[in-house]
Design a protein around this ligand. Structure first.
Ligand code: MF3
Ligand code: CO
Length: 269
């Protein structure tokens, strides 16, 4: 059973996700060569708590920090620590918040200073994959329409989609039904209905799709050492355009902001 949220619940989910979005923007603004990922995590946790939220990842299945910060060949679940960011790296930041019993979850990948043309292309493709996935999240469509939109966008650019992790429903728990693969599985999955809340999160690799998890039990890295990018928004399915709960108009994220309105308008034509 996939939950369908009331307007009251959506209001709270939006508040949770706005704490997430503001935290991601604040972290992105701090990014510079030499800063440690732990410094970013500390600032994020302080901001989340100051806003009345609780970091959703902290203690989740034993996860040790408030955020995940995944640099370059780290795909997801990078544990903040003493690693110092360097010019030319991709910094993927993932934040989860619990607010009044409801969850927010979003992620964004940003360059530290200037990145290579190839990495720039990877970031753009992953961002566009999320935008196209979100645009497919409308009532009447099937779950697979989201998966297909994401996979096709990445394939068209010659990049590969990670298969080991998937998106998810979100609400009173961080991970709810349904699982949302970023690739076509052959099953069309459930019909999407208004009020379903989905965390859509493509992880896109420049090289092979395979990943491996380090001995810490969390850090997922690409099998071939090539860089990876990760974008995530929490959205409400509606009859028309989906409602992106974690959307922000702030500039730092705005450089790579998922312009789903544009994607939807293009589709309608
Ligand atoms: N956005 C990721 C997810 O939804 C982050 C989970 S990190 C964890 O799965 F620590 F909470 F597992
Ligand atoms: Co998520």
């Amino acid at each position: 059973m996939i939950a369908r949220r009331t307007q009251r619940e959506v209001d709270i989910l939006r508040q949770a996700n706005q704490i997430v979005a503001d935290t991601l923007v604040a972290m992105a603004e701090m990014i510079r060569p030499g800063i440690t990922t732990f410094e970013l995590d500390l600032a994020a946790e302080a901001l989340i708590r100051q806003r009345g939220g609780v970091p959703a990842f902290l203690g989740y299945r034993g996860y040790p920090n408030a955020t995940c910060i995944s640099v370059d060949d780290v795909v997801v679940h990078g544990i903040p620590g003493d690693r110092r960011l360097a010019d030319g790296e991709i910094v993927s930041m993932d934040v989860g918040v619990i607010y009044k019993g409801y969850h927010g979850d979003a992620a964004v990948s940003v360059p530290c200073r200037e990145v290579s043309k190839e990495k720039r292309r990877l970031l753009d493709a992953a961002d566009r994959a999320l935008a196209n996935g979100i645009a497919a999240a409308r009532a009447g469509n099937y779950l697979e329409d989201i998966s297909r939109a994401i996979e096709e966008t990445c394939r068209a650019e010659g990049f590969s989609v990670v298969r080991a992790f998937v998106g998810h429903g979100i609400g009173t728990r961080l991970h709810e039904e349904p699982q949302i693969p970023n690739f076509v599985t052959g099953e069309r999955g459930p019909r999407l209905r208004s009020g379903m809340v989905l965390a859509i999160e493509p992880m896109v690799n420049l090289g092979v799709a395979d990943i491996r998890v380090l001995d810490d039990g969390w850090t997922a890295v690409t099998a071939d050492g090539n860089p990876s990018a990760h974008f995530e928004h929490s959205v409400v399915v509606r009859d028309g355009e989906p409602d992106i709960l974690s959307m922000t108009s702030k500039r730092v994220w705005g450089q790579l902001r998922t312009d789903v309105g544009r994607v939807c308008r293009k589709k309608r034509r």
